[in-house]
Design a protein around this ligand. Structure first.
Ligand code: 13P
Ligand code: SF4
Length: 306
């Protein structure tokens, strides 16, 4: 079956079974094309929270599908490939959070949405790259246990000097943003395109964040690229975002690091998405005793954002 026919069949199947297709901004173009909504972690969590669909097909990584499942105990959450796991989310085991809480009983626990449910159950509140500053600022505590991304912790600390941010674990990272999006690449791109505006994701290293004109979540980049009159942009995040940026801004140019690929995000293919709808599996579930706690921490975040 050709790609266009498969896209059509996927849409038909989704309509037939009242499924909503949610796709992260890093997904393959053909998956973005069939999705009802394409967005960042926060946007997709909100779409999952509000949906009236019976099924959610989540084309993103494990923690995103878990968030959708936690927010929708009565709905069925499907994922095209369960091997799509975010390695950074796996860097924070529950025990590490429990230990840190014992050591810092006066700290609020703010965990990035890129955390697995079991550890997230220990959080006071969840945050995403789009609302980390707002969430941390809203905590009455000066001390904040913050994890798992050390670079996002740097971003929060830089903007909120009145807080004491304690990263847990000490050096959690996203392999794409930390190792594939290095300052040298941006220096070269800037030398080649001196008028380009630089966007960096807060998962990028501090030196990249510091040289960027704007540090933004992936939806933040989409919105800023639309708003600004500039015509050229250097994009400091996974290369998949370029598809959406180019599609929505045909008159503008976007330069990305082509090698910055999240292999986990790319594990989903259109064929696997179609099969997941057809077979009603694989299904993502979170045990209710964990889900209950994660739901509280996630709803606190959504209530601050909506
Ligand atoms: P966003 O929420 O900004 O899309 O980031 C999610 C992510 O996994 C970045 O690597
Ligand atoms: Fe995880 Fe990084 Fe992939 Fe985002 S880009 S899903 S943080 S590994």
């Amino acid at each position: 079956m050709g790609l266009e026919e498969l896209k059509l069949k996927t849409r038909e199947m989704a309509a037939e079974m009242n499924a909503v297709i949610l796709a992260h901004n890093y997904q393959r173009p053909e998956i973005q094309d069939v999705a009802d909504f394409v967005g960042d972690s926060l946007d997709l969590a909100m779409k999952a929270y509000r949906t009236k669909a019976d099924y959610i097909l989540f084309c993103g990584v494990d923690f995103m599908a878990e968030t959708a499942a936690v927010l929708n105990p009565d709905k069925k959450v499907l994922m095209p490939d369960v091997a799509a796991r975010c390695p950074m989310a796996g860097m924070l085991p529950r025990e590490a959070v429990v230990e840190a809480k014992k050591k810092h009983p006066d700290a609020a626990v703010v965990l990035y949405i890129n955390t697995l449910a079991e550890a997230k159950a220990e959080a006071d509140i969840v945050c995403t790259s789009a609302n980390a500053l707002r969430v941390v600022k809203a905590q009455p505590n000066r001390k904040i246990l913050f994890g798992p991304d050390e670079n996002l912790a740097y971003f929060v600390q830089k903007h909120l000097p009145e807080k004491k941010i304690i990263p847990v674990p000490a050096h959690g990272f996203c392999v794409v943003h930390k190792s594939m999006l290095l300052k040298g690449e941006f220096d070269l791109m800037k030398a080649e395109h001196p008028d380009a505006v630089i966007f960096a994701h807060p998962e990028c290293n501090p030196d990249v964040q510091d040289m960027a004109d704007f540090v933004l979540s992936t939806n933040g980049m989409v919105e800023k690229a639309r708003e600004l009159p500039n015509k050229e942009f250097i994009i400091g995040t996974e290369q998949g975002l370029a598809y959406r940026l180019r599609k929505e801004n045909p008159g503008k140019k976007f330069y990305v690091v082509d090698t910055a690929v999240c292999v986990n995000m790319k594990k989903h293919t259109l064929e696997k998405a179609y099969n997941a709808l057809r077979d009603r599996k694989p299904m993502i579930t979170v045990p209710e005793n964990i889900a209950e706690k994660v739901r509280i921490a996630t709803e606190r975040m959504l209530n601050l954002t909506i």
